[in-house]
Design a protein. Structure first.
Length: 356
């Protein structure tokens, strides 16, 4: 016997009360559950696979007054539309510390989300450092700064976690795992973490979970630069520029990571004695250029993006099998085109990607 997937859901748009313009990135929570979502470039949101009954939602957006809506009825196989209008509200709050506890009963369909604000506030230097903040996530890294970073969720194999960049898999076709060190933090808008088996939704490569990395698509008029230095010649520079001109938006970023490596460490030898040693061949130089050009009018969005990555790093090997001269050189070029259109009850998305 087989049963079709339920189509019962809540959907709609979030608008500015005065101008009527859609609000991209508004947070919407399904009250009474741990489920939440955010609006896309057209202000569209939806909750899928709901049971029939009455629901309430809470909506928040920076610079706007939060709003709650109750008594939203969901009927059998009948989608429920709810349009939301938020009023601007400027106010200043004292510092707020937000914490959460692990929820092992969280449905697979609702992800843990890291926003751009959290990345900037905590000054995360890599995607791996960011994801380590999530319960049940473990990052496997060899060597020093800039070394390959592979992810495991709740004890799964690194080749059982699907990593997506704007919906495109980053997993190696040969080994099945993905290297998170290739993704700079300055291009990220948000990161979604789906824990547990998600193969029914994302395919066979998502047995352990899914990491969905979404790059910036809604740009502000600003110039930014982030500079970090440290021991062993570590340097991380991330300048970026973005802006809007009428219906045209652009974003350009550059990321440079450089380190001499060769750090000291201690280990226990085969005789049980603790020895001092120097971890050699751990240097790295990596450059990453990312650019995106958007053209948006009414409920249509055209987007073109390009990413170029060049890295040269040493592979130190294991302590019992040192590789003092092994190197890894990598050059990647990725091109993408997206077209998106939003109608009353349908969102159409078409994308083409090329990489080499």
């Amino acid at each position: 016997m087989a049963f079709g997937q339920s189509t019962k859901k809540i959907y709609g748009y979030v608008y500015d009360y005065n101008s009527g313009k859609p609000l991209s990135g508004a947070n919407i929570m399904l009250n009474g559950t741990s489920g939440g979502t955010s609006t896309d470039e057209f202000g569209y949101y939806q909750f899928d696979n709901l049971l029939t009954g009455s629901y309430s939602i809470s909506i928040s957006y920076i610079g706007y007054k939060s709003k709650s809506i109750s008594d939203i009825n969901v009927y059998n196989d009948q989608p429920t539309e709810k349009k939301i209008y938020l009023k601007q509200c400027l106010f200043q709050l004292d510092e707020i510390v937000v914490s959460s506890e692990s929820n092992f009963n969280q449905p697979i369909g609702y992800p843990k989300i890291f926003t751009r604000e959290e990345i900037d506030k905590n000054n995360f230097q890599s995607v791996g450092e960011l994801l380590q903040q999530a319960p049940g996530v473990e990052i496997h890294s060899t060597g020093g700064v800039g070394s390959p970073q592979k992810i495991s969720i709740r004890g799964s194999g690194t080749n059982q976690v699907l990593v997506l960049l704007d919906g495109i898999p980053l997993n190696n076709q040969l080994g099945g795992d993905a290297d998170l060190s290739k993704v700079p933090t300055n291009i990220i808008e948000r990161v979604e973490i789906f824990e547990g088996g998600s193969s029914a939704k994302f395919g066979s490569g998502a047995i352990g979970g899914v990491i969905n990395i979404i790059t910036k698509k809604d740009f502000k008029n600003e110039n930014r630069i982030s500079f970090t230095g440290g021991s062993y010649g570590f340097l991380n520079v991330e300048p970026s520029i973005s802006g809007n001109f009428k219906n045209l938006g652009f974003f350009l970023s550059y990321n440079l990571i450089k380190s001499n490596g060769d750090y000291p460490y201690t280990y226990t030898n085969t005789h049980g004695n603790v020895d001092d040693a120097l971890r050699v061949n751990t240097d790295i130089k990596s450059q990453n250029i990312f650019t995106r050009l958007n053209y948006k009018f009414d409920k249509y969005l055209f987007s073109i993006n390009m990413q170029w990555l060049e890295s040269d790093r040493g592979i130190p090997g294991k302590t019992n099998a040192l590789t003092a001269y092994m190197r890894s050189k990598n050059t990647n070029l990725g091109l993408g085109y997206d077209f998106k259109a939003a109608f009353d009850k349908i969102v159409f998305n078409f994308n083409v990607n090329y990489s080499q």
